[in-house]
Structure formats: C-alpha cells, structure tokens
Design a protein around this ligand. Sequence first.
Ligand code: COA
Length: 477
Amino acid sequence: MAMRKKSKAKSKPKSKAASKKVVKLKSKKPAAKPAKSGLPPPSRKPFGQAGKALDGIKILDFTHVQSGPTCTQLLAYMGADVIKVERPGGGDITRSQLRDVKGADSLYFTMLNGNKRSITIDSKHPKGKEILERLIRHCDVLVENFAPGALDRMGLTWEYVHKTNPRMIVASVKGFGPGPYEDCKVYENVAQCAGGAASTTGFREGPPLVTGAQIGDSGTGLHLAWGIVCALYQRIRTGRGQRVLCAMQDGVLNLARVKLRDQQRLAHGPLTEYSQYGEGVPFGKAVPRAGNDSGGGQPGWILKCKGWEDDPDAYIYFITQAPVWGPICDLIGKPEWKTDPDYATPPARLPRLKAIFSTIEQWTMTQTKFEVMEKCNAVDIPVGPILSMKEIAEEQSLRATGTVVEVDHPTRGKYLTVGNPVKMSDSITEVTRSPLLGEHTEEILGKVLGYSSKDIVAIKESGAITPPAKPEKAEAA
Ligand code: COA
C-alpha cells in the first residue's frame, strides 16, 4: 500500500484522456454494451432492496374525500413522494368526518392518506399561488378531484400548468365525463347509480341497491392511478405531460361490464343463468336485478350455514360448477343426482336451481361456514364464506401478508388500515401513518421548495399557510 502511495505521489498529473486509458487497461471485464432496450443492466441487488417502483416520482396531491386520496395513497404505497395540499384550518373534510376519537383525525382520513406528507396552503392567497407554482415546477403529477371547474377557479388551468411545467401530468376524478352531467358534483352512491351498478344489484322484487364496496370512489381512484402510471410511462418517450381523466360513472361501468354484456344478450333471448329464468318469470327490456345469482356461467347462491339464526354472517356462497357436480352430489348426500337426467347436466339443472340450492342448503345448515369451506375445497368445489369485517380484521394471514396493517398515530393511537393490495417482489410496501394537518409544511417549504427560514416566517405572516384568524368575540355588555 505504502509503495503504491509513494509512486502515486511521484507521478505527474495525468490528462483526463490518459487516466481514462489507464482505467481501461486495468479493467479485466469488457465494458458493458448499452442494451438495445435502453434499459440499464439488471440490478444485482437482492429483490426488494432496489428501491420502490415509483421512487423519485413526486405527486402534488390536491385530492380530498375518498376517490382522489385512494389514488394517491396507492401511488405512495409504490414509493412516490406524495405531497398533500390542504386548506389551512380544517384540511381535507374527512379529517373530521365520522370522527370516533375526540380531537383526532378520523379513520375515514387516516385510512386513505397513509404514506403522504401534508402541507397547508390557501390556494387562493397570492403567496399561496406562488408556493403552488414552485410545487408545480417540482412535481411530476398533479392529482385532483375537486368539483368541476374548481381547479380553473384557483387559476390552475391545464394551459397554465402545462406552460409552467410541460412535463407535468394533470390527473382528475370527476363525476361524469363531458356531456349533459359534466358540471354535477358526485359522491359514491351517485356514481354507483349512474354507472349501472345499482339497477343491477339487489333482489328482483326489491328496489335498486348500492354495494358496500366503494366502487365509485375507491374504484375510480384505482382506475386513475393506472392512468397516471401509463402517462408517466408515455412521458419517457414524449417528454411531456398530459391530462388524465377518470369519470366515476365510467369507472363504475367498467366494473359493471358484465351487466352491459347481459343487456346485449337479452336481445337474443332470456338470460338462462338468472334464477328468474328457472322460475318462469319473463324478462323485461333491461337487465334485471339478479339477487345473489352468479354473474358468470356457473350458477351460485348464498346459503345458510350452522348458526345462521344468531350470526348474521353465518352464510356461504356456493357455486355449482359443472366439472365438480359429482363431488357436490356426494357431499350433500344426493349421489343419485349424478345420473338423474333432471339433474345430471347444466341445462337440465337450470330450471331447478332454486330447489337444488335449497337441498344443498339443508346440508350447509348442518356445518359452520368454515367446515363447508374445508370440505368443499378438499374436493375442489369453490365456495365463499361470508366473512364479517370483524373476522377480516382479526384474520392473521391478512396481517402476515400486509393486506391488513396496524399503524400507530400520535393523536389517535393504533389503528388498522388496508395495506397495498398489490404485492410486488421488487417493490415492497411499508405502510406509514397519515400525516397531521400541515405536519410537513415547513419541511416542504424549506427542504423541497428552497425557501429560507426568513422566507418561511414571511409566508407564515402573510396568512397563506395558516387559517384566517377568528374574529374576536365582542365583550359582553
Ligand atoms: N385553499 C383554498 N381553497 C380551497 C383549497 C385550498 N387549499 N382546497 C379546496 N378549496 C376550495 C375549492 O377551490 C372550492 O372553491 P370554489 O368552489 O369557490 O371554487 C371549494 O374549496 C370546494 O371544493 P369542492 O371540490 O367543490 O368541494 P365540495 O365539498 O363542495 O364538493 C365533491 C365535494 C366531492 C362533491 C366535489 O369535489 C366533486 O364532485 N368532486 C369530483 C368527484 C369526486 O371525486 N367525488 C367523490 C368524492 S369521494
């Protein structure tokens, strides 16, 4: 070592080209040729240790309530730096909606805003606009789900954003796409109704029903996240951003696509897999509500299990899948149905489905839903136990996979949230708690946007990041 140091000290400084030459001579491996695909050579780091899928992507998150926050939380789970902009004072309205712990952010908010940073900015204040301009220059994507026109009224038109940062993607959730309803404000159930889900959900004799799964809000947020990632990918080629819009009506319809399929099938005859057909009830002009009929080609229904009298969730979804008809007959004690021409084939069974499910139910009622699950799966019969949210919250396998995660929060304590439903082998999600209102305001102003401490004091004094002072109460006379 010493010898080498000595000779290095003695040697004359080399020109850049010369030193490069030396390196080349010393190197035993041939220089890696650039890949035809333009991709870097495969990482040698162990899977899960090469960062996250969206590392380096910066999101200006202008979302509120559920649809938009679902989208940005998914992006944050994938590693994007999500900077949530909130109105000083109250912030996202869901912070205080359905509050269960006094003074703490609600679960509504905390479960939709994990892994994000929060900055408060009054977007209508002149100084606030200046901060937003810096954020637009800094970020890759602006995500918003304001009422139609609200972003424009803030001065953040597409033209302005695109001019300020041509690479920025502007992604929006709206209730409806362009057309007669484009100016309407929309919430979850409005979208479920307008997207065709409600008219096709429920029992034939009853009114339309909305579902508990938030297909309008969370479903649309998920669609938007997909659009954003595609726009980021296209930007690699084009170098420019674009607008990404997902209307909640469109998102719901995409999820209700099988019902639009059935609408078209109706023109060619009755929908034979609907139990209405077996019951001899004629079809009308539109797809009817199908109760618990399966939406696919294999008839199914929800059946009572042992304990149903006291437990509202002691039920199971049972599917009479054709290839396992034999094992079903054996299991329920009806082996003769395997060869009886009235039961042996799917078409023969169609007009008898109600009676068949009633017979199967006589058997499921003698077993708990988990026993049915075990016995059916042992012979490849697909069944779905009706799991309560209590059972899901306590299910250890969901905790083990990170689908249900417990997070600690400074004001509300521990709470459960839903982790990333998508598991990737080289981008491992670590769920962190939601931010307090404005928790990262100073950090973002200083470290991200480059404001000095003096600037930050001036910004605070301007009222752009703080709530307007409450008028002093008049003294009692
Ligand atoms: N600083 C200053 N003003 C702010 C602000 C900030 N940081 N953040 C929001 N605001 C203002 C908006 O500019 C808007 O003002 P304006 O109407 O005077 O222009 C105002 O707050 C209200 O925004 P808006 O989006 O209209 O909220 P809302 O509570 O009236 O409506 C929805 C809520 C959800 C119905 C509506 O936003 C909507 O239809 N969004 C699109 C569809 C959607 O996502 N729905 C599902 C929600 S889960």
